[in-house]
Design a protein around this ligand. Structure first.
Ligand SMILES: *Cc1c(COP(=O)(O)O)cnc(C)c1O
Length: 388
């Protein structure tokens, strides 16, 4: 029996170690890992530069309080700001903490300019911003909030893609709109560029803030450092997590100068957030994944992989309904429930993970090799061929 609470339906498989895009299981089998800890292991397993960074730092200093200077964190924050729209950064330990901090930053900004009643956050119905109390009520998902009442006030939702409904939901107490540029858990659904542009315009017109949750789609996963970059807009606040630590738990919220002004000493804190161990790994990840050449390679791999997947869709239209996504954040939408298909892929040595709308999420490490993509394509083809 397991002494872990049953909050997951875990597959009966455990791993001894990982190397690059592969995981080696205790059952003796080798798996191509296209889950990447859900877009976390952005550079695969045991990347030498990350191992080296962690090893070196582990001999020097693990943790100090945020009451002191942490140069490694200063360094990572500077890199993130130089690379993006951001003026400053708060480090956290997870995605949900990052989205919650984003909400705090938005509310505090309006408080600081004398508009404390402007505190409502508008989110997409059934989106995903994490599992903490505030984050589940932000998503307005029945499944995630059931049994966790009372319902937290301060959140409102609109239906994905419905601009008119969204406009109607904005009122004088609205502080911000928070959306994922590419919905991950929601089934790899992209907000098109024109729509992000409209959102920005709408927020400017209504004098409210735009929060883009890049926890899953950010950190080069989409082929751009941030998924929103393609639309050429600038958000006000961006929570990140997953990919930035390459497997070490890191979350952060990036913000522009305007909203940063509300975050004065004592308004936020985190015991572990931004500790030296996390920060050296974050710096090592950042140095690799924010490089232009690296990003171009992600784009090229994506183009190749998506075109091949679309060919498989054309070959097996009764099984595959749609290929979704961008960069290496890819969704294979099946005609029906995807669980059995995921099992079959696993039996054939390919690990993938589910998302909503019968979607199978395919999240290779961003430094995946073309030969590994080919191997995955072959496995997917084989499973399609024998699938009933
Ligand atoms: C995973 C995810 C979160 C929550 O991250 P945790 O680290 O699990 O708390 C928030 N937002 C999005 C878009 C995510 O994909």
């Amino acid at each position: 029996m397991s002494y872990l609470a049953k909050t997951y339906n875990r597959k009966n498989i455990a791993f001894k170690y990982g190397k690059g895009s592969y995981l080696y299981a205790t059952n003796g089998k080798k798996y191509l890992d296209f889950v990447s800890g859900i877009a976390v292991n952005s550079l695969g397993h045991s990347h030498p530069k990350l191992v080296d960074a962690l090893k070196k730092q582990s001999k020097k200093l693990w943790h100090v309080s945020n009451a002191f200077q942490i140069p490694e964190g200063e360094k990572l924050a500077k890199k993130l700001c130089k690379k993006t729209f951001a003026h400053s950064v708060i480090f956290q330990n997870s995605g949900a903490e990052a989205t919650e901090a984003a909400i705090k930053v938005a509310r505090r900004y309006f408080y600081s300019i004398g508009k404390p009643k402007k505190n409502q956050i508008l989110c997409v119905k059934n989106s995903f911003h994490g599992r903490t109390i505030a984050a589940i009520f932000a998503s307005g998902s029945k499944k995630m909030t059931e049994g966790f009442g009372p319902k937290l006030p301060g959140f409102n939702t609109f239906i994905f893609g419905n601009h008119e409904a969204l406009k109607k939901k904005i009122n004088k107490n609205t502080a911000a709109i928070m959306v994922e540029p590419i919905m991950g858990e929601g089934g790899i659904k992209e907000i098109p560029d024109w729509c992000l542009k409209e959102l920005r315009k709408l927020c400017d017109k209504k004098k409210i803030l735009l929060i883009l949750d890049e926890v899953q789609c950010g950190i080069s996963r989409s082929g751009d450092f941030f998924a929103f970059e393609k639309s050429k807009i600038k958000p006000d606040i961006v929570p990140i997590a997953k990919g930035i630590g390459g497997g070490f738990p890191i979350g952060a919220v990036l913000m522009n100068k305007k909203v940063a002004s509300g975050m004065t000493p004592g308004t936020h804190g985190s015991t572990f957030g931004g500790n030296p161990l996390a920060m050296v790994v974050g710096n090592a990840v950042m140095d690799i994944v924010s490089n232009r050449k690296f990003l171009n390679n992600v784009k090229n791999l994506s183009k190749y992989f998506l075109s091949k997947l679309n060919k498989l869709k054309d070959r097996y239209p009764n099984i595959i309904r749609e290929i979704r996504g961008r960069g290496l954040l890819i969704g294979l939408q099946l005609q029906k429930d995807q669980s059995k298909f995921i099992e079959k892929l696993m039996d054939n040595g390919l690990l993938t993970i589910r998302a909503s709308e019968n979607v199978i999420r395919i999240l290779p490490p961003l430094n995946v090799k073309k030969t590994e993509l080919n191997r995955a394509l072959k496995i997917i083809n084989n499973v399609c061929k024998n699938f009933s």
